[in-house]
Design a protein around this ligand. Structure first.
Ligand code: AHR
Length: 317
């Protein structure tokens, strides 16, 4: 069970809201947003395994990047009268109505991984997930440090994740807030690549074609999968990833660690997908009528190529 840093912004006494759900046999409906990356596969596996360990019956529906499919899954959970609904939202907007439907059905909601933009935060009990803005800050600080001795006019390329998703929005914002310290560092190209290897490769090929003689000197990829795809494109273009183009990515998958050891990725900002035990613990707390923090943030690190070999054997995903 990982240790957690909890940020308490608001607490809720659950027993007064969901008195009819204080039973022992818990059925959880979980709407997973997709299977786009190694991170996502590890996240799903963690939730499935933790449900088994916790003796919680899990109804899992994978929406494969469709918010509409998430709505359908959630409605099916309501029909089945599950005890708790967990949602990993593909994008952050458009959740009010469905959350209201769940509330009317008297089912508590846990938001996991990505957040929802809703005015009425009583529509969910707690949000368990990374601080994506902080991840962007860490990436920006590494970029500043790595380029500190390089003369100005530094060209940066950015591979964003799914349009409208919290990690993409917040990582981009955090990164920009830090690098603006140097007005001679500029994001010259930025495009979504859907958090996938294929997307990362395709968009990076496009960037390199467009840039011609002046390729970017630094790439910030919003996840490891896109960085891995970009590396393929960079190598096919005849450049050396990690040297000709400094690469920073997010997640910390085993494959990214291998690439760091090979010198192809310079730094990885950790985003921890192993959230299953936190989710199951939250479900138990809710069913027991106990109070939960409104926000639960797993602790996360930053790893650089110099120390990747010391960590790789400890990676669980
Ligand atoms: O929401 C977390 C992000 O989604 C991970 O960084 C990415 O790999 C995944 O697809």
């Amino acid at each position: 069970m990982p240790t957690v840093e909890t940020v308490v912004t608001e607490t809720i006494n659950i027993s007064s809201l969901y008195p009819s759900h204080m039973n022992e046999d818990i059925v959880m409906g979980f709407s997973q947003l997709g299977s786009e990356s190694d991170w996502r596969l590890a996240n799903t596996a963690s939730i499935v395994e933790s449900a088994k360990e916790a003796g919680i019956t899990l109804l899992l529906e994978n929406a494969e990047q469709s918010q509409q499919a998430q709505f359908s899954a959630i409605r099916s959970f309501i029909e089945k009268q599950v005890d708790v609904i967990a949602i990993a939202p593909v994008v952050q907007t458009g959740w009010e109505n469905i959350l209201q439907e769940i509330k009317e059905a008297g089912i508590p909601v846990v938001i996991i991984d990505r957040s929802v933009n809703v005015e009425d935060t009583s529509l969910y009990v707690t949000f368990i997930g990374s601080d994506f803005y902080e991840e962007g800050i860490k990436a920006g600080k590494y970029a500043l440090d790595k380029m500190r001795n390089k003369p100005g006019g530094i060209r940066i390329a950015e591979l964003e994740g799914t349009v409208g998703s919290t990690p993409s929005i917040d990582r981009g914002r955090g990164f920009r807030d830090v690098i603006q310290e140097r007005d001679d560092m500029e994001i010259i190209m930025s495009q979504p690549a859907d958090f996938t290897i294929e997307g990362g490769k395709k968009v990076m090929e496009q960037f390199l074609q467009e840039a011609g003689e002046q390729p970017p000197q630094l790439l910030f990829a919003h996840n490891d999968d896109m960085a891995i795809g970009a590396i393929q494109a960079i190598e096919e273009f005849g450049l050396e990833p990690g040297k000709d183009i400094i690469i920073i990515s997010v997640d910390g998958t085993r494959q990214a660690f291998e690439m760091m050891i090979e010198g192809k990725i310079n730094a990885v900002i950790e985003c921890n997908p192993l959230q299953g035990s936190l989710l199951m613990q939250a479900a138990r707390e809710i069913m027991g009528g106990r109070t939960l923090p409104k926000r639960i943030i797993p602790p996360e690190d930053i790893f650089t190529q110099e120390y990747a070999h010391l960590e790789i054997d400890h990676r669980k995903y």
